[in-house]
Write a protein that binds this ligand. Structure first.
Ligand SMILES: [Zn+2]
Length: 316
């Protein structure tokens, strides 16, 4: 069987004026790697690819570590720890950050929200929103609170507005305008994302994967757009590194984001292993292009490790 643990931000200090960037510290990362070692056996991406059936059906709990979004801190803070423990991981990259030197939408939102309160952010959204789509009716406010039941009302309304009231394009345009007023995109790209040298080194070690071009939920796109998302980044990474990239992780990774025909197009564009964010252990019943994956918080020492314990119990 195969357990996959996924990471995003990894930094020593998560302090910002408003907490909106969440992740783990390098110290936690190392401790978690050691804790996972107690319950599983690390496998390299290549070993998994070459012995897929054997691994997935084995009673041994094989473990693969992955990182999404191509953040520089992953290379600088996590890779030295992986190297010291002799663990090989997969790092999934969006080519938008390299080809267009653009910041990914989700990171723009994280950064903006780290610098302003939810109500200030909402006010600015309303100011730039000429179509009045950010005005929620009482009924929509109720829907928002029900849908985002872990958030306070204001945050719930903000998330509802961004994700349900605005089209993907409207969301992009609006956030872009606000982001440009507060941040220097070029500087953020330099600070936040890996360099091409980092990508080349990862590819040499068999640790590079595709996270699509622009980090949009693929399941909402048409076939042509899905294909373009896969191929743009795959071609970019393969040409840069001179290596084949058979691994893909789907942005957001939810069921909707990975809905058919996403897996089929992933396969047709030359991917062999695909990773979702459906939290569970892989035991051989899943399609190799729709592998399940835990967030690191679900695993030992994580804030929500019960998710893993539950999945583990179902299998044993
Ligand atoms: Zn991502």
């Amino acid at each position: 069987m195969l357990t996959v643990s996924n990471y995003h931000y990894i930094r020593d200090d998560f302090t910002t004026p408003y907490p909106s960037i969440f992740g783990v510290t390098p110290t936690f990362f190392k401790e978690q790697l050691l804790a996972i070692k107690e319950i599983g056996t690390y496998i390299t991406p290549q070993e998994l690819l070459e012995n897929y059936d054997e691994v997935i059906k084995s009673p041994t709990n094989y473990v693969l570590i992955t990182f999404d979004d191509g953040l520089k801190e992953q290379y600088l803070k996590a890779k030295p720890i992986l190297d010291a423990l002799d663990v090989k991981a997969l790092f999934f990259i969006n080519s938008l950050n390299f080809i267009e030197k653009e910041v990914t939408l989700v990171h723009k939102i994280h950064l903006l929200r780290s610098q302003m309160s939810t109500s200030d952010f909402f006010d600015i959204l309303k100011k730039f929103d000429a179509k009045g789509k950010t005005q929620l009716s009482d009924k929509e406010k109720k829907q928002a609170v029900v849908h985002y039941n872990y958030d306070d009302e204001e945050t719930a309304c903000l998330k509802f507005t961004l994700n349900f009231k605005l089209s993907l394009q409207e969301q992009h345009n609006l956030i872009q305008t606000i982001f440009d007023a507060h941040f220097d995109s070029h500087q953020v790209v330099n600070d936040l994302y890996m360099t091409e040298e980092h990508l080349i080194q990862l590819a040499k070690e068999g640790m590079l994967g595709n996270h699509t071009h622009s980090h949009v939920p693929l399941g909402y796109l048409d076939r042509h757009e899905i294909m373009k998302e896969f191929v743009t980044s795959k071609n970019y990474l393969e040409q840069l590194t001179n290596q084949g990239i058979p691994y893909v992780s789907y942005p957001y990774g939810s069921q909707e984001a990975c809905a058919s025909p996403v897996d089929e197009i992933a396969k047709n564009t030359g991917h062999q292993l695909g990773f979702t964010m459906e939290r569970s252990i892989n035991t051989g019943n899943e399609h190799p292009l729709l592998l399940k994956r835990f967030d690191c918080n679900d695993l030992p020492l994580g804030k929500n490790q019960k998710a893993f314990e539950h999945a583990h119990r179902l299998i044993h």
